[in-house]
Structures are given as structure tokens and as C-alpha cells.
Design a protein around this ligand. Structure first.
Ligand code: PBG
Length: 344
């Protein structure tokens, strides 16, 4: 008697190929595809970045980010309430600073009443259960649009870190839960951690923009916070070279050694390989930032009818999970949360 496997193969041969491996069997029905799926996107994976402007009851569209608006602090509270209702774990704030308040040293960053501090206090008061994350960097506040102090064409590292430490303390006093340094100065995570601990902010987390590349995909964001026209030169002396991958591991190792609680890779889609390497190498909470240009790219095509926006949104976000990310900062957060809720 023939072994069973051979018998099975012979039977199949009558209809076609003599193969026993048919991966399509697992894909034949929706129930099976769901059952076999390795990675899923859930609302727990989302951080929603929001743009803050001066005023009241104010919502201002951003031309290069269709569907995204700058919101005054009261509207930010409404957005945070919506996020909480949808189950989004955290929101993140970026200010559009009035031109008159921008100066070469970004002094508005150290104003306890600046837009970000007011947004943090208002949201923590109204929606205490939601996580609040704030960016640490000087670019929304400097007249030259750089993340640090600019002197004779160079960005000063250590002098900038001293200001970032002050900025972090002010945000912590306002009640932020996560400090997210996005400036890419050397040594800033360690300096910020030490200052937070000394001031008693032992529980304020640091999510380091550890591997942040000098990318063309930040263009719409710079529109959104009004730094595009102002930016003198580029950010290549502090943000990473897109050709590098080992360097990302070095940056992550440094930030972790200095006390980062979680790390981020930015941008997202063009750097999925970096997310995978970081996750495999360190096994720490790893986040991706699906940045403004990625959003604009998908949303622009979708609004032109060139691709199915809903599916492209879900597929792009799922790709971060597959690459190893624990979560994603995305301007799609409320939309995707609504979609996931409707599907549940
Ligand atoms: C700046 C900062 C940038 C973003 C977040 N923080 C832009 C930049 O580095 O110029 C980009 C986010 C996005 O493009 O969505 N500290």
C-alpha cells in the first residue's frame, strides 16, 4: 500500500499539479484569513498629532494636509475628548507660533503660557485619562526654523540641549505625560532625564525621536507650523542621512542608555527596514511616525480618486505593525479608529 501522502498527491494530480503545499487553502475564506493573520492594527496602537493655534473656536485648514486642521486650545480639548471616546491612547501637540513671537533663540519655547503648555493643561483638566505627549525642539519657535540655536550657519549642540532641558521642565510642569525630543541633538535624552528626575518628575516618560532622518517628507508639517518659508538651509547636520541604517542602531542605543523609555523611527513608510532592525536588536517599545508627507501622499492620491484611500490608510498602518512597531503616530488616527470601531 502506498503512504497516505503519496495517495493524496496522486488524487490531486488528476485535477492539476502534484503538489501538497497549497498556501491558498488558508486564504480561501474571510474567517480563515482572519484566523491565520499574523499582525493586526488596533486603536491601542495610535497616537494622534494635533496642531495648535491661538484663538477660540478656531479651526484652520492646512492646504498640503487635506482633512487636517490647526485647532485653537478649546477645539484641541474637543479633539482630545473625541480621541478618548474612540479609545485612542494618546495625543501629541505641535504649535503654530505667531510670527511676532518667533526669535533666533526660540524663547517662546520657555514661556509657561505658550500654546503647547496651555493645550496640555486644558486637556489634562478636561480629559485626564488620555495620554499627552509634547515635542521638545525649538523649530516651532525660532525665526530661522531650526530645531536648535544657530550661530554662523552652525547648529550649536550643547547650548541647545540646555534650552531643551528647560523646555522639557516647563512641559512637565504643565502636566505632559511623555516628553518627545525631536531635535536630534547629541546627549539631550540624558540631560532631560537627569533634570526631570531632579525636579521630581520621575514618572514623566521620554519617547526619543531616536532615528530621525533628514527627510523631504516633513514638507507639509513645516507648512502646518509655519516654518517652511522661514527655514534657512536644511537640517542635515543634525537629522540622519537617509542612506544610513547602522547609524540608526547607534542612535537608539545611545538614547536608551541615556534613559529613553521608548524610541521612534521617523519617517515611517520609507524606513520600515529601520523599524524592523531596531525592534529585533533592542526589543523595546518602538514607534513609527507616519509623517505629514506620507499623509499628504496617500490623501492627495485618494482625493484624486487614484487609489482607495480607506484601504491604503489601513494597509500603510498595518505595515508598521508587521515591521515590528508597537504603535504609530498618524494624522489618520481618528479616521482609522472610527473605521476599526465600525468593523468591530
Ligand atoms: C521638528 C519636527 C518635525 C516633525 C515633527 N517634529 C519636522 C522637522 O524636523 O522639520 C515632522 C512631522 C511630520 O512631518 O509630520 N522638530
Amino acid at each position: 500500500p502506498r503512504p497516505l501522502a503519496v495517495e493524496a498527491a496522486r488524487t490531486t494530480t488528476r485535477q492539476g499539479l502534484a503538489i501538497t503545499q497549497r498556501p491558498r487553502r488558508n486564504r480561501k475564506a474571510a474567517w480563515s484569513r482572519r484566523l491565520m493573520r499574523e499582525n493586526t492594527l488596533t486603536v491601542d496602537d495610535l497616537i494622534w498629532p494635533l496642531f495648535v493655534i491661538e484663538g477660540e473656536g478656531r479651526r484652520e485648514p492646512i492646504a498640503s494636509m487635506p482633512g487636517v486642521e490647526r485647532l485653537s486650545v478649546d477645539e484641541i480639548v474637543r479633539a482630545a475628548e473625541r480621541a478618548a471616546r474612540l479609545g485612542i491612547p494618546a495625543v501629541s501637540f505641535f504649535p503654530y507660533t505667531e510670527a511676532s513671537l518667533r526669535d533666533p533663540t526660540g524663547s517662546e519655547a520657555l514661556n509657561r503660557e505658550n500654546l503647547v503648555c496651555r493645550a496640555v493643561r486644558a486637556v489634562k483638566r478636561a480629559v485626564p485619562e488620555i495620554g499627552v505627549m509634547t515635542d521638545v525642539a525649538l523649530d516651532p519657535y525660532t525665526s530661522h526654523g531650526h530645531d536648535g540655536l544657530l550661530e554662523e550657519g552652525a547648529i550649536l549642540n550643547d547650548e541647545t540641549v540646555a534650552l531643551l532641558v528647560e523646555q522639557s521642565l516647563i512641559q512637565a510642569e504643565a502636566g505632559t505625560d511623555i516628553i518627545a525630543p525631536s531635535d536630534m541633538m547629541d546627549g539631550r535624552v540624558g540631560a532631560i532625564r537627569a533634570a526631570l528626575d531632579k525636579a521630581g518628575f520621575l514618572d514623566v516618560q521620554i519617547m526619543a525621536y531616536a532615528a530621525k532622518y533628514a527627510s523631504a517628507f516633513y514638507g507639509p508639517f513645516r507648512d502646518a507650523i509655519g516654518t517652511k518659508a522661514a527655514l534657512v538651509g536644511d537640517k542635515r547636520t543634525y537629522q540622519m542621512d537617509p542612506g544610513n541604517s547602522d547609524e540608526a542602531l547607534r542612535e537608539v542605543a545611545l538614547d536608551l542608555a541615556e534613559g529613553a523609555d521608548s524610541v521612534m523611527v521617523k519617517p515611517g513608510l520609507p524606513y520600515l527596514d529601520i523599524i524592523r532592525r531596531v525592534k529585533d536588536e533592542f526589543g523595546v517599545p518602538t514607534f513609527a511616525y507616519q509623517v505629514s508627507g506620507e499623509y499628504a501622499m496617500l490623501e492627495g492620491a485618494a482625493r484624486n480618486g487614484w487609489l482607495d484611500g480607506e484601504r491604503a490608510m489601513l494597509e500603510s498602518l498595518l505595515s508598521f505593525k508587521r515591521a515590528g512597531a508597537d504603535g504609530v503616530l498618524t494624522y489618520y488616527a481618528p479616521r482609522v479608529a472610527e473605521h476599526l470601531r465600525a468593523g468591530a
